[in-house]
Design a protein around this ligand. Structure first.
Ligand code: NAD
Length: 417
């Protein structure tokens, strides 16, 4: 990667090393976690609609399988690269450990712009990616899920291609599937739901009455739109929302349901929404609100803008929205950051429930899923809070310590380096 760019994996290692030092992790175990277990890069030649052949780059990284099969989404975006996928796979290792799931971490991606591709092209690309990685994926080996630029449609193609090749029906080989193909009720909203649960838990610790508290939500895709909707359902006033096309502010509170309908009818774009005043995409991060929920992309809170942040609480719906250098600035300002590895763990938690239901062939009601999810998220929050207090550190480092405690034991029990 370009040396000028920040390496996302370096950002993971910076946090890992800090947490390892505070927790007292042995160098041996830290060294194991500094390296992904397996990385695969594939070239995917696809016939485009105009008859030409275009070759796409695909990746899958399995960071760790110490706690169980690797688990992690697949991202379709133009900036997908080895460093990013490696970082995201390591975050999955920590996230699954924090959520107390029997999973290791993995992540995949294809360098492409799904917004400019036809449905047929996307289907051929997803099937080609599945064929190329059929030996990596498996119900008890490596289990993908949706991430940015992918959803239940792509998971359905992946499952179908995998089943055709193996000749068996293996619904648990991926999660985030459509309900009719073995998906779980509550999965689609789960990551946003976890952001809501984590926000309420943090406000309680901080003595903020959530009723009437204000929030700004960056990103209005799967995570951001559900997070905003669910925050409103708890009487939190969402005063600003944004996506890659526009950002809107409304002092009286955004009508989030109206925004969701608008985006669905407007090619997945917020631009043109009439429910607020147009503001700049950067300004949404520095509004005078109680809660800032970055739910879009990585690297948006940096050393350059961290000083201008006025929110008392940041709940990271996105993966890696805060660069490592910004952590210290936020800490010194007394801003509580509920880190990504905890805050967006609701998605993988319900993915785990989906996988369990697939294994049993027995399906739960939405209420059952949500109740189990909320209990699991609340417990994970409490564990992280406890460790951050016990080790007198930030919630981010407390979260890594929570993960390291579990992984450390597993690595030692398994032994045999
Ligand atoms: P998505 O593709 O559904 O939505 C992404 C949203 O971010 C879109 O609204 C897009 O317009 C917006 N966006 C992109 N660039 C932006 C910018 N520069 N400024 C403002 N908005 C911008 O993706 P998603 O599934 O909602 O994922 C969002 C983040 O959450 C990612 O970091 C992803 O890794 C993380 N995440 C997702 C899940 C999940 O279950 N979907 C789980 C855990 C973490």
């Amino acid at each position: 990667m370009d040396k000028e760019q920040h390496s996302m994996f370096d950002a993971v290692l910076a946090r890992l090393d800090k947490a390892a030092a505070i927790y007292g992790l042995s160098n041996d175990v830290a060294e194991v976690l500094r390296h992904p277990k397996r990385e695969v890069a594939v070239s995917l030649p696809i016939k485009m609609d105009d008859g030409s052949i275009k070759v796409f780059e695909g990746y899958r990284t399995v960071h760790s399988t110490h706690l169980g099969p690797s688990k992690g989404g697949i991202r379709y975006a133009m900036d997908v690269n080895t460093d990013e996928v490696r970082a995201l796979s390591a975050w999955m290792t920590f996230k699954c450990a924090i959520a107390n799931l029997p999973y290791g971490g993995g992540k995949g991606g294809i360098k492409c712009d799904p917004r400019t591709m036809s449905v047929g092209e996307l289907e051929r690309l997803t099937r080609a990616y599945t064929r190329a990685l059929v030996d990596v994926f498996g119900v008890n080996k490596d289990i993908p899920a949706p991430d940015m630029g992918t959803g239940k449609r792509e998971m359905a193609w992946l499952l179908d291609e995998f089943n055709r090749i193996t000749g068996e029906d293996s619904p648990g080989v991926t999660t985030g599937k459509p309900l009719t193909l073995g998906g779980s009720k509550g999965r689609e909203a789960a990551t946003g739901r976890g952001v809501m649960v984590a926000s309420l838990a943090a406000m309680k610790k901080m003595g903020i009455n959530h009723k009437g508290a204000t929030a700004a939500v960056q990103g209005f895709g799967n995570v951001g739109s559900h997070a905003a909707r669910l925050l409103v359902s708890k009487n939190i006033k969402v005063v600003a929302i944004s996506d890659h096309t526009a950002a809107y502010y409304n002092e009286k509170g955004i009508d989030v349901d109206k925004a969701i309908k608008f985006v669905a009818a407007n090619g997945n774009m917020l631009k043109g929404f009439d429910g607020g005043e147009l503001i700049s995409g950067n300004d949404i991060l520095t509004l005078n609100v109680d809660l800032l929920a970055p739910c879009a992309i990585q690297g948006v809170i940096t050393a350059a803008n961290a000083n201008d942040i006025k929110a008392k609480l940041i709940v990271e719906g996105a993966n890696g929205p805060t660069e490592a250098e910004a952590d210290e600035i936020l800490n010194s300002k007394g801003i509580i950051v509920v880190p990504d590895v905890l805050a967006n763990g609701g998605g993988v938690t319900v993915s785990y429930f989906e996988w369990v239901q697939n294994k049993y062939g027995h399906y739960w009601s939405e209420e059952e899923v949500n109740t189990k999810h909320d209990a699991s998220m609340t417990q994970a929050f409490e564990n992280v809070w406890f460790n951050s207090q016990q080790y007198k550190t930030s919630m981010r480092i407390g979260a890594y310590i929570t993960a390291l405690k579990r992984i450390d034991k597993a690595v030692k029990y398994k032994g045999n380096y």
